[in-house]
Design a protein around this ligand. Structure first.
Ligand code: FES
Length: 110
């Protein structure tokens, strides 16, 4: 495991979610009701940064062409509304282990 510090736990609790740079990646991190989630933040369709979190469904929508991803698995649930030809099974996102370490949110990038 290679844990990397991102933002403070208080900042994430207040913001609910954020896209943070972790080494050479951009990772979408979220705090939903005290549970932490992390997955790639760069949409595999046209590389937009994800941003619209649905806390009830635990999904994240890409703001560019509305592809929808499952926060817990990174699986694409709905394809983008433009050029949706690539099977959505091939467009999922990687998820990461995430933890609160003494008030700092850390992501395992190994
Ligand atoms: S860039 Fe995300 S759906 Fe197109």
């Amino acid at each position: 495991m290679v844990w990397k510090r991102t933002i403070s736990a208080k900042a994430l609790e207040k913001a609910k979610h954020a896209s943070v740079k972790v080494e050479d990646k951009v990772v979408f991190i979220a705090n939903v009701g005290g549970k932490l989630y992390a997955m790639d933040a760069v949409c595999p369709h046209a590389r937009c940064i994800l941003g619209e979190l649905d806390e009830q469904r635990l999904t994240v929508k890409c703001p560019c062409h509305h592809a929808l991803f499952e926060l817990t698995t990174g699986k694409m649930l709905e394809p983008p509304y433009v050029a949706p030809d690539t099977p959505k099974e091939k467009l999922g996102l990687r998820t990461y282990n995430i933890r609160d370490n003494n008030g700092w949110i850390e992501v395992d990038v190994e």
